[in-house]
Design a binder for this molecule. Sequence first.
Ligand SMILES: C[S@@+](CC[C@H](N)C(=O)[O-])C[C@H]1O[C@@H](n2cnc3c(N)ncnc32)[C@H](O)[C@@H]1O
Length: 253
Amino acid sequence: MSDQNLHWSRVAASYEKEFIDPHRPDVRSPLRRVLRRLARRGLGAVADLGCGIGPLLPFLVEHFTKVWAVDFAAGMLERARAAAPPSAKLEFVQCPLTDLQPLHGRLDVAVAVNSLVLPDPRDLDRALTEVRACLRPHGRLLGILPAMDGVHYLTMLLVDRALALGQPLDAARKSAAHHNDHACYDFGFGEFRFQGLEQHFWQPSEIRHRLSRAGFRVRSLKKVHLSWKQFSCWRDLEHHPPPWDWFVLAEPS
Ligand SMILES: C[S@@+](CC[C@H](N)C(=O)[O-])C[C@H]1O[C@@H](n2cnc3c(N)ncnc32)[C@H](O)[C@@H]1O
């Protein structure tokens, strides 16, 4: 494993300022609705894999009987611990997603919100196989995955916007690249690099492929439309649907 845990630890202090937030109230996400449904069906043991500063933990503690908050970054866990509701149900575990041994066979539900971002595809596959090993036979994986196609969509809107403002094509492309942080992306290999962090961004065609190889069947794949307010030039673009992450619900195959 690389030093990515140290980079994630470092950005924990300023996390809210730097990252697009799929938990905002103006984001249309099926995550909590599906979690509520699973909890009502009696699936009680859940892990928040890559819990970050812990935005989902109060909800999980409210609805589930046992909650593991897992992350490899000490700085993230420190903030998650400080913010979490006091509860005997809640346990913090510092470990990488590529080695989830302590949770093998113990989970009804695995949640991973923008944490399946391991830049090396071998680590990503390993993490998915580990998540699969944690789930009981009736278990479910709920993931939110950063969408590379959502980034391309925003680029398209930004180019059209600049052209409509009368810019020549090369200037319109430069403007779109600037507003959409193209300098941070490797579009060929699906990576976003920022402040030492290297995050994998997913193409939709990759989701079923990787999950199926790791022993999952995809039951539902939906766009999570993000908040326009977190993107550049949003006032000019908000009459269009906003960019998205991918929500995936999967079960052991
Ligand atoms: C973009 S943040 C999302 C945090 C949180 N799930 C949320 O919804 O706000 C990604 C989190 O995943 C964690 N993470 C990334 N790669 C990881 C890995 N290989 N093992 C464990 N945690 C990882 C990071 O430390 C970070 O806390």
